[in-house]
Design a protein around this ligand. Structure first.
Ligand code: SF4
Length: 342
């Protein structure tokens, strides 16, 4: 098996790492870099969310021992020190989580990892402590929406109130809570979108978002097919649930899958707003002071892919002057032309 190892400095990676976490990583990871690989802890999910193809796969965990063996092997052979669980669900039962964390702690592995959980994950104080001590740095949740009606309508089996509790429970820990959201599920309207935006703003969480695609096998696919939005050839292996940063990608999407007959321009604005919020929340989690400065003096900064740059103000000023002079030259030419005509 081949492993692809991402070697990055913690402060340059897309994690909302806290200062104490960066310090810890630098202390324990030799050269201070995260050497990160993707890993899985099992298959499927016990959730039954309408938009998700994993809802058809029963959850089967690998044993905690097996997963930690794998991590230890990567750590000892390739000096890997960070693990990103890329799957549907990592933290399933409290018993599994306890054994998994104990394995890491007993073997004295100094590693960092990012697991995924559902909001109904049955944790207690001991679980949080174990996650913390075993190196969990971010805990990812599929929050999906900030509106209880939407959560109920696509069978998420949880509530926004539960989300607030989770965020509160992890607030004082070094573990950052991240969330992903889905837009345009059947039943979505401006009110539910507004509630999702408000939730993201209130919690200032690091998040990702995507638009609902009818994956074959999901309930959403059956809905889309029976309402003539798509057929299997249309979507099979072609579409991904992703952010739609380009106008063209957005146009293609909304042309096919406007499940709720929403106004195209309004949804495009929501997309743009969420992209902005993504950057702001990222900054907020990384560096509160910087976030504050960005809000007060937005014209001094530019934000690219979650990173912030101080604009070169002298350069921007000279560029503006040059642009102005160009207009001046044009005016001169025009005036000259008029004189000539006389
Ligand atoms: S969306 Fe998440 S919780 Fe729901 S079925 Fe899929 S993997 Fe499970």
């Amino acid at each position: 098996m081949e492993y692809y190892i991402l070697n990055v400095k913690p402060e340059n990676y897309g994690f909302p790492l806290k200062k104490s976490q960066i310090k810890r990583i630098k202390k324990y990871s030799g050269d201070g870099n995260l050497k990160l690989v993707s890993i899985t802890s099992g298959r499927g999910c016990y959730g039954r969310c309408d938009f998700c193809a994993a809802a058809n796969l029963m959850r089967r965990n690998f044993s905690p021992n097996y997963v930690v063996d794998h991590m230890e092997y990567l750590m000892r052979t390739y000096n890997v020190n960070a693990f990103n669980f890329t799957e549907s669900l990592t933290l399933s039962t409290r018993k599994w989580v306890k054994e998994f964390c104990d394995e890491i702690i007993d073997r004295k592995l100094i590693i960092f990892y990012i697991p995924l959980a559902r909001a109904d994950f049955n944790y207690d104080e001991e679980t949080i402590k174990l996650l913390e001590d075993s190196g969990c740095i971010i805990l990812g949740f599929g929050f999906e929406s900030g509106d209880n009606l939407m959560l109920r309508s696509f069978n998420k089996k949880t509530t926004v109130e539960r989300y607030y509790k989770i965020i509160n429970d992890f607030k004082e820990t070094p573990i950052a809570v991240g969330g992903s959201f889905i837009l345009n599920m059947p039943g979505e309207n401006y009110n539910s979108i507004e509630k999702t935006i408000r939730f993201i703003k209130n919690t200032k969480m690091v998040f990702s978002f995507g638009f609902a695609y009818p994956y074959p096998g999901s309930s959403l696919y059956r809905f889309a097919e029976s309402n003539s939005f798509c057929n299997l050839d249309d979507v099979m292996f072609k579409e991904l649930n992703k952010r739609l940063p380009s106008r063209q990608a957005f146009e293609e999407y909304i042309h096919k899958y406007n499940f709720n007959n929403l106004n195209k321009e309004k949804i495009w604005k929501v997309n743009k707003l969420l992209l902005k919020l993504y950057d702001y929340n990222f900054l907020y989690n990384k560096n509160a002071l910087l976030y504050f400065l960005v809000r007060i003096f937005p014209f001094c900064f530019e934000i690219k892919k979650g990173f912030i740059y101080l604009k070169n103000l002298i350069y921007s000023f000279l560029k503006r002057v040059a642009e102005f002079l160009k207009i001046k030259n044009l005016l001169k030419k025009l005036i000259h032309g008029l004189k000539f005509k006389k």
